[in-house]
Design a protein around this ligand. Structure first.
Ligand code: SP5
Ligand code: ZN
Length: 340
């Protein structure tokens, strides 16, 4: 299997994020995650690690707002020029609420306008890393076209919380959405998000589209981040009505209960008859994930991979979350091995 990966992710290494209650916590979405996965992949003879090609900005701007991308590109220089007390991290403390907020000219005003929470920390190399992450997803997508083969985009930073014009939850550019949108010119695309957290950014981006079916299986937003989106009654809008599905799960969901939800999602995907499948592959459904409350085991994750692979679709597997670094390598490789 082709694995698209770039070392550029190392340039994005925030030292902290802020948890509820204002707790400054070491940044869970760290470069070590990739090292753990690469080490585990190194033991597999069916893996071919490849540098992504540069697709330029066009496929990214086909999904994201131009002013938002401009903000990502220019904010670091502006942040340093503002002489902040702690220059290590650009992180606003005031956020735009609903009610048609206006976009102000100040850097911190724009940061609050374009960010949803206190985990989308911007450091010097964030934009460059986010671009290379998107190029991994695009390269993986391109490699599946006209070949009945699947590919793995080993993306970092992850992407599924990033919307058209906002960063959130460690995500800046929505890698899976960029890949799915790029593929949608070649045929119908289904995107299945199995990260522990609702793929709110992906949901927002495709909500009014009927040519990309989006499905997210995740912890119920009644108790879990991203809190305000991901409920079962959100089914798409306009042309897209009926082409989005959420499967909110209770905490403690085990392998058997997870597989019930997955099978329902797979039925919807089969009915849609897509030409391509994109998976937002988050491993934070794992029982011992520090951010998760769902109790899927390593064997359960491998079984999820088998059931998805049984669709026999050219599949672009895009790395999202997963924060138990000790288990991340084996969980990811266990999932992938069904697609080799
Ligand atoms: C890509 C991805 O998985 N992003 C996840 C971002 C989640 N950020 C919200 C963290 C909420 C912190 N709750 C702390 C619970 C610790 N037991
Ligand atoms: Zn997650």
């Amino acid at each position: 299997m082709k694995v698209f990966y770039s070392e550029t992710h190392r340039k994005h290494e925030p030292t902290f994020e802020v948890f509820d209650g204002g707790l400054r916590t070491p940044y869970l979405e760290n470069p070590d995650r990739m090292d753990r996965i690469l080490t585990a992949l190194g033991g597999a003879d069916w893996v071919d690690v490849i540098e992504p090609t540069d697709f330029g900005l066009d496929p990214i701007l086909a999904v994201h707002d131009e002013n938002y991308i401009h903000f990502l590109a220019s904010s670091w220089t502006e942040w340093l020029a503002s002489n902040p007390k702690d220059p290590s991290t650009l992180l606003p403390a005031t956020f735009a609420l609903r009610r048609h907020p206006q976009r102000p000219s100040s850097l911190l005003g724009r940061a609050g306008y374009y960010m949803m929470d206190l985990s989308a920390c911007i450091v010097e190399g964030t934009y460059e890393a986010a671009l290379s992450s998107a190029n991994c997803a695009l390269s993986a997508a391109q490699s599946t076209v006209n070949v009945q083969r699947s590919a793995f985009a080993l993306c970092r930073p992850p992407g599924h919380h990033a919307g058209k014009d906002y960063a959130a939850g460690y995500c800046f550019i929505n890698n899976a959405a960029v890949a799915a949108n790029w593929l949608s010119s070649k045929g119908k695309v289904a995107l299945l998000d199995m990260d522990y957290h609702c793929g709110n950014g992906t949901q927002d981006i495709f909500y009014e589209r009927e040519d990309v079916l989006t499905i997210s299986i995740h912890a119920d937003p009644n108790f879990e981040y991203p809190h305000f989106i991901g409920f079962a009654d959100e089914r798409g809008e306009g042309q897209g009505l009926g082409f989005h599905h959420n499967f909110p799960l209770p905490s403690g969901t085990d392998d058997a209960a997870y597989l019930v939800a997955l099978e329902r999602a797979l039925v919807l995907i089969r009915e849609f008859t897509p030409a391509y499948l994109v998976i937002s592959a988050g491993m934070d459904i794992y029982a011992d994930d520090p951010l998760g409350t769902i109790k899927v085991t390593t064997d359960g994750i491998a079984e999820i991979g088998k059931r998805i692979a049984a669709l026999e679709l050219p599949t672009v597997i895009v790395m999202e979350g997963g924060y138990n670094n000790d288990a991340l390598g084996r969980n990811t490789v266990g999932f992938l091995s069904a697609f080799e």
